[in-house]
Design a protein. Structure first.
Length: 494
């Protein structure tokens, strides 16, 4: 989907196309975490091991990592309505297959198809927003996007926990997760096709199949290797990670060559824009910290404090809701005061909250855990909305879709890396202490503290990047930023 060459118009209202895409994105992203609480039911009903059952989430993440790099190319080749219809049609098909799945293998296929549709929605939303919303209104509108991308993952485990409590004769409880989603997805799809209007015109271009293969195998292999560190030791996952990095390097070299004499699948010239590159680093590490806490807190609350999955979901839900509901307010503050006013305090809040989690104990009051989690989520909200807006706003219009794809891809990699990092640190520390004679509960707790400490140290990089970011984008209406003026001729080429 190419950018409209006319300048976006400031109306003070969120365009209908963005409202529809935010709603659809919320629905599809919700599915990424909705199966977390269903693992025990899958093991019982479909007679699979816990490792196998975990693949309903792992396969979703792997598919996202493999497909998102191709969406920059795809969105420039089809209309807005075609991209939306394809994404929601694929998602709906995957949901139907999952709901009716007679075996675990069919369920896994359904989840992979679901993820294929989800992978398109986020870049589609971001690209359309940057194209149709005027620069002075982007913070406010991006705040609504933050609501979708932050509340949905936080609400997934809570909603699934509630649905799994419902008993319908003749229907496995985990199937209800998809049955409930079907009418919602159908209504959202119908509403979108009624309301959406095309933005920009498709551009011709040839799909480079070797690039598709390298991206899928490279990013998919990297995420898969990172996801296996906590269960398969270190040697085999490290080989997958090394192979993934090697394939990504080959993918990058091919994109550089295609940028000169062809059509790149993912245009890496976005990385030449300083503001975007800084925003990318900040977002990746902040997302890594968020995912690390999303892994560690449930482990702590359920394994060490004895809470049920539903109780755990309810305890962390206020933080997710605070993050999402503050999104529009943060966006308005960004439009009024600029990014540094929000991003720097947000980055400091991320580091402080993670440092606070290093003090967890077996008797820490739940209200303190709740306060720390809310501080973390609110701080992430203060950072994410301005960072998304500043980063994408610094790109020329013809690179919006590629910038959105790069952001989405690194989100998946950061999520996998964050999970691998905290679980590996926690496991290594606890295993070492147990070998020295420490009781398992104390050893695990100490391992969690160390994992939170590592995350807090990484958060210092977030603070450094926040200080380096400009207060506002120097790129209104898609012109190339003055800060990178010497690169403008090369970057704005079609």
């Amino acid at each position: 989907m190419s950018a409209d060459l006319s300048a976006p118009v400031s109306t003070g209202r969120t365009p209908t196309v963005i409202r529809v895409l935010v709603l659809a994105t919320f629905v599809v992203i919700l599915n990424e975490t909705i199966m977390i609480n269903a693992i025990p039911r899958l093991m019982s009903d479909l007679h699979v091991t816990e490792v196998a059952a975990q693949w309903v989430s792992t396969a979703f993440m792997l598919t996202m990592a493999a497909i998102i790099p191709t969406t920059g190319w795809f969105l420039q080749r089809v209309t807005t309505r075609q991209a939306y219809a394809a994404a929601m049609g694929v998602f709906f098909t995957g949901t139907v297959i999952s709901a009716l799945a007679p075996t675990f293998a069919v369920l896994l296929i359904g989840r992979i198809i679901q993820a294929g549709g989800t992978a398109v929605m986020m870049p589609l939303l971001m690209t359309t927003l940057m194209t149709v919303v005027a620069e002075q209104d982007r913070g406010r509108v991006m705040g609504n996007v933050t609501l979708a991308i932050s509340v949905a993952p936080a609400m997934g485990p809570v909603i699934s926990g509630l649905i799994l409590q419902v008993h319908v004769p003749g229907i496995d409880s985990w199937r209800l997760l998809f049955v409930v989603m079907l009418p919602i997805a159908a209504v959202v799809t119908w509403l979108g096709l009624r309301q959406l209007r095309n933005v920009g015109e498709p551009q011709p271009g040839v799909l480079d199949l070797p690039s598709v293969a390298l991206a899928a195998l490279g990013f998919g292999g990297l995420v898969f290797g990172l996801s296996k560190f906590h269960s398969d030791g270190y040697t085999v996952p490290a080989l997958y990670v090394a192979a993934g990095i090697a394939l990504i390097a080959a993918f990058a070299l091919r994109q550089v060559r295609l940028q000169r004499n062809g059509t790149p699948l993912l245009d890496l010239r976005v990385l030449l824009v300083g503001t975007y590159a800084k925003a990318l680093v900040l977002m990746s590490i902040a997302f890594l910290a968020m995912m690390g806490s999303m892994i560690l807190l449930p482990l702590y609350l359920q394994n060490l404090r004895g809470l049920s999955p539903l109780q755990t979901g309810l305890l962390v839900m206020p933080g997710g809701l605070a993050m999402g509901l503050l999104g529009p307010t943060v966006g308005k503050l960004f439009d009024k005061f600029g990014g540094r006013t929000l991003v720097i305090p947000g980055a400091i809040g991320i580091a402080v909250s993670l440092a606070g989690f290093t003090q967890i104990s077996l008797t820490m009051p739940y209200w303190q855990l709740l306060a720390l989690h809310i501080l973390l989520m609110v701080s992430l909200a203060a950072a994410f909305t301005p960072v998304f807006t500043l980063g994408l706003g610094s790109l020329p219009m013809n690179l919006y879709s590629h910038g959105s794809s790069m952001l989405g891809t690194l989100q998946q990699v950061a999520a996998a890396f964050g999970t691998a990092l905290v679980v590996t640190v926690m496991s290594s520390r606890s295993t070492s202490l147990i070998a020295e004679g420490t009781d398992p509960a104390t050893a695990t707790l100490d391992g969690m503290r160390l994992a939170f400490l590592v995350s807090a140290v990484l958060a210092l990089i977030v603070i450094a990047m926040a200080i380096l970011l400009p207060n506002r984008s120097a790129n209104p209406h898609g012109a190339h930023p003055a800060a990178d003026e010497e690169q403008a001729p090369e970057l704005v080429k079609s």
